[in-house]
Design a protein. Structure first.
Length: 260
């Protein structure tokens, strides 16, 4: 369980995140969605003690991250897949992680197999990894300690469609076994396929949150306002496409939201 309460971070007179509160539950994948600069990374960095909060707090399993003994065994983190020593091989990076977490080295081979990095790829230096390979290695590193919670910042970045499907299955399976997953993205279609819960952030503030079904239902009740030079023709074109529209007094039409 991740609990975030009233989290605020200011830089001078700029507020990067403003009174952010949410909960991520075990057995659920929570998608943290927002455009570039919305405050996703800042929130995640505060959760794991890399950035201090100006106000509010974040706990994981009831503890502040820095109070968790051997945190890698409880919280798997992937914030920046390139933030590893570029001159080390994938295998070395995982071995160091395993040693730090007091895990047997056999765990490294298990993880390499799980993320489909071959023996020869594991022996390549990180500087020669593609972005997708770095993401796979980062996910292997996050899963190394068999944690109960995963915090992943844009983990699908750089993965090809097959890689995205692979990650989606991996995260779904992890949550099915009771794990808590928080993953960020700026792409709705990327998270909505994997997430059970969605948290939407914009300009540092939470703008919506809830389970995917209820958010989609709320979205379906809204309508879109459209206008054209010739609204009679617009209404005819919409009707031809099977879209219902309600003409307004002024030159525009209102369309009920429809998912494509
Ligand atoms: N150390 C810092 N000093 C000043 N401003 C910062 C600092 N860190 C983050 N910010 C600002 O806070 C805002 C939120 O940044 P953040 O990285 O959390 O966004 P994000 O949602 O993760 O975006 P992206 O999808 O681009 O990664 C941005 O405007 C950013 O420039």
């Amino acid at each position: 369980m991740i609990e975030v309460q009233g989290l605020t971070r200011t830089y001078g007179d700029y507020t990067a995140i403003d009174d952010v509160s949410f909960t991520c539950k075990p057995g659920r994948v929570t998608g943290f969605l927002g455009p570039n600069g919305a405050g996703k990374t800042t929130t995640m960095r505060i959760m794991i003690g890399l950035t201090t909060a100006t106000r509010g707090e974040a706990t994981i399993g009831g503890y502040h991250y820095h109070d968790i003994v051997n945190p890698g065994r409880h919280v798997g983190v992937l914030l920046d897949a390139s933030a590893q020593h570029a001159g080390r091989t994938g295998q070395e990076i995982l071995r160091i992680g395993a040693r730090t977490m007091d895990l047997p080295s056999s765990r490294v081979d298990e993880m390499l197999a799980q993320v489909s990095l071959s023996e020869s790829e594991a022996k390549r230096k990180l500087r020669n990894y593609s972005l997708g390979m770095k993401q796979r290695l980062g996910i292997a590193h996050a899963l190394l300690g068999d944690p109960e919670v995963l915090i992943l910042d844009e983990p699908a970045n750089g993965l090809d469609p097959a890689g995205i499907r692979w990650m989606r299955d991996l995260l779904r399976d992890y949550a099915r076994r009771g794990g808590t997953v928080l993953l960020s993205s700026h792409l709705l279609h990327e998270v909505e396929l994997v997430a059970d819960e969605l948290i939407l952030i914009g300009h540092g503030k939470i703008v919506a949150q809830g389970d995917k079904e209820s958010l989609s239902a709320a979205d379906a009740k809204q309508s879109t306002l459209v206008t054209a030079h010739d609204n009679v023709q617009l209404a005819a074109a919409l009707a031809a496409e099977g879209l219902e529209s309600t003409p307004r007094a002024r030159a525009c039409a209102s369309l009920p939201a429809r998912r494509t």
